[in-house]
Ligand binder design. Structure first.
Ligand SMILES: [Zn+2]
Length: 305
């Protein structure tokens, strides 16, 4: 009995000594919540360390693409994309989520949970699901996860990755940005006529899963725009609670009289890029569900191509 108690105490102590960054984020909603807490950092360099530690803990091998980035405002600034490639085949389904967050006034740093640790953790969840599925299978497609840096500086990481990618391999691109809570999936319908086929696949999946998905004729830009401009088929997705998703739809698509109060800003736009983008908003259930949705969507598109 004593020995068992000692053993238990030691195990608890060992668990407590493992930093959240080094625990696998995948498996269940609780693991995702623990993982999300590790993303509260003071720089994008620290977020890179969290990301790579969590990929390692999840058993997902990755490569790092360093690039010379930055803007006129920041000056030259090295960035780092993190790339996970699964399976083999002649063409690629590319899955994108940016991991960088924004500095705030007064030297603070956004927690960047909604924008976009949630999206990254959903992608890690999807990658882990696909890794099991593609093992030893002769797939027609690879799944290439590109976790980008410097999205917030002007989609720089995504642009740098596409500069060196073999575009002829890219069958479709799925981007996830702003995804830490809510059961409603938002998607853009403004990614060019080349995206008609992937939009159909998305809508079919929403119908089959009885998931509420809202198409936005005008959807705010993210890394997707880099691929849209290159003429590639692209889906850009996010999640929110139903009210927030509809308010955002009205704000972007409601025209002159959207029916929103004068000066109304959808809550998500009050949160992102501010101190309001906070860990408290993270919902492990929602991100877990969205990760599964992304994996199935990638498989569906891979089969249809
Ligand atoms: Zn974002």
């Amino acid at each position: 009995m004593t020995r068992t108690l000692f053993g238990t105490a030691l195990a608890v102590a060992l668990l407590a000594a493992v930093p959240a960054t080094a625990q696998s984020p995948v498996g269940d909603p609780a693991a995702l919540e623990t993982a999300a807490a590790a993303w509260v950092q003071l720089s994008n360099a620290a977020r890179f360390e969290v990301l790579t530690a969590q990929l390692t803990a999840a058993g997902l091998p990755f490569e790092v693409q360093a690039f010379e980035g930055g803007t006129a405002r920041t000056g030259p600034l090295e960035g780092r994309n993190v790339i996970v490639t699964l399976g083999a085949g002649p063409r690629d389904i590319v899955l994108i989520a940016h991991y960088d967050a924004v500095p705030l006034n007064g030297g603070a740093f956004s927690q960047g949970i909604v924008d976009n640790a949630g999206g990254v953790l959903a992608m890690i969840t999807a990658a882990k699901a696909l890794q099991a599925g593609v093992a030893g299978q002769p797939f027609l497609h690879r799944f290439v996860f590109v976790l980008t840096d410097q999205e917030e500086l002007g989609l720089i990481g995504a642009s740098k990755w596409l500069e060196v990618a073999d575009r002829a391999r890219i069958a479709a691109v799925i981007n996830a940005d702003v995804a830490a809570y809510g059961e409603t999936i938002m998607y853009g319908e403004n990614n060019g006529p080349q995206s008609t086929g992937v939009l159909r696949a998305l809508r079919l999946q929403c119908a089959e899963r009885a998931t509420t998905c809202i198409g936005f004729p005008v959807y705010p830009p993210s890394d997707d725009r880099v691929f849209t401009a290159a003429g590639l088929p692209v889906l850009s997705l996010g999640t929110q609670d139903a009210i927030g998703a509809h308010q955002m739809w009205l704000a972007f698509n409601g025209g002159e009289a959207p029916g929103l109060q004068e000066g109304f800003v959808p809550p998500v736009f009050q949160r992102i890029h501010s101190a309001g983008d906070h860990l408290d908003l993270f919902d492990g259930e929602a991100v877990h569900r969205f990760g599964g949705f992304l994996a199935d969507l990638a498989l569906r598109i891979a089969r249809a191509e």
